[in-house]
Ligand binder design. Structure first.
Ligand code: SF4
Ligand code: SF4
Length: 141
């Protein structure tokens, strides 16, 4: 299974149908293991897929629990990342993903749950060669 022990969305995203507030693990979550009630879990939980989960070929090193951010494609041009409240610095994996999104022409909006809504929009113009290099290093397609 693609999530394979990642449970970050069950913490950093609000899950109103489970009365689970943003920033706290859902009561049915076993952190770093999975959902305790997966067999009978609400459809809305089953339907949710973060960016990583939607790309079958994406290497597990880019899994949200390895970068501390749950990324979702918000619009045609914007990626939205919710940073785990326990993270105080972005790690290399997170930086690489952000760099890739930006190199592909996306804006990246980041939200850290412990700071009062701080949104960072990152935009950078780079050469086509660098963009191609990022793509090759990040996505196998
Ligand atoms: S954040 Fe993505 S990979 Fe992690 S549990 Fe949620 S859907 Fe699965
Ligand atoms: S019910 Fe399960 S899948 Fe849904 S938020 Fe809670 S732990 Fe996650």
């Amino acid at each position: 299974m693609k999530c394979d022990g990642c449970t970050l969305c069950c913490k950093v995203l609000p899950v109103p149908w489970m009365n689970s507030p943003q920033g706290e693990y859902c009561k049915e979550c076993e952190p770093n293991k999975g959902c305790k009630i997966w067999e009978t879990v609400p459809e809305d939980c089953k339907k949710y897929k973060c960016f990583y989960n939607r790309i079958e070929s994406l290497d597990s090193k880019y899994r949200p629990d390895n970068c501390g951010i749950v990324f979702e494609r918000a619009t045609k041009t914007i990626f939205y990342g919710t940073i785990d409240s326990d993270i105080s610095m972005l790690n290399n994996v997170a930086n690489k993903m952000i760099k890739f999104f930006v190199s592909e022409g996306f804006s990246v909006v980041l939200k850290h749950l412990k700071t009062e809504p701080v949104f960072i929009i990152l935009l950078r113009i780079i050469s086509p060669a660098e963009a191609e290099g990022n793509r090759a290093a990040f996505l196998p397609f």
